[in-house]
Design a protein around this ligand. Structure first.
Ligand code: SF4
Ligand code: F3S
Length: 104
């Protein structure tokens, strides 16, 4: 599966939503996650994210993010339509510690 990681938080560009063939993104206030059981591993979303927040879970060190995606994909509503990114998205791109500061 692919997973959404920390740099999505507060950037939330949503380009990923538009390209996913199986609509497996779920929406929190400041971040999206992927439902690991629904993702078909097509890889199309990965290069579309301007924040480079989407990774294949075959990369090392992503266990925490896989857990977070799994938990919140089961709590948050499905999203199938892209909306505009937050106005201050660019200011938060690459910022450290976003999980602790802003996760929601
Ligand atoms: Fe959707 Fe494909 Fe990305 Fe999985 S890898 S979330 S199926 S676009
Ligand atoms: Fe987040 Fe990137 Fe999608 S910032 S909302 S994973 S395009």
């Amino acid at each position: 599966t692919y997973v959404v990681t920390e740099n999505c938080i507060k950037c939330k560009y949503m380009d990923c939503v538009e390209v996913c063939p199986v609509d497996c993104f779920y929406e929190g206030e400041n971040m999206l996650v992927i439902h690991p059981d629904e993702c078909i591993d097509c890889g199309v979303c990965e290069p579309e994210c301007p924040a480079e927040a989407i990774k294949a879970d075959t990369e090392t060190g992503l266990e925490k993010w896989l857990e977070l995606n799994t938990e919140y994909a089961n709590k948050w509503p499905n999203i199938t339509m892209k909306r505009d990114a937050p106005e201050d998205a660019a200011e938060h791109d690459g910022e450290e510690g976003k999980l602790e500061k802003y996760f929601s």
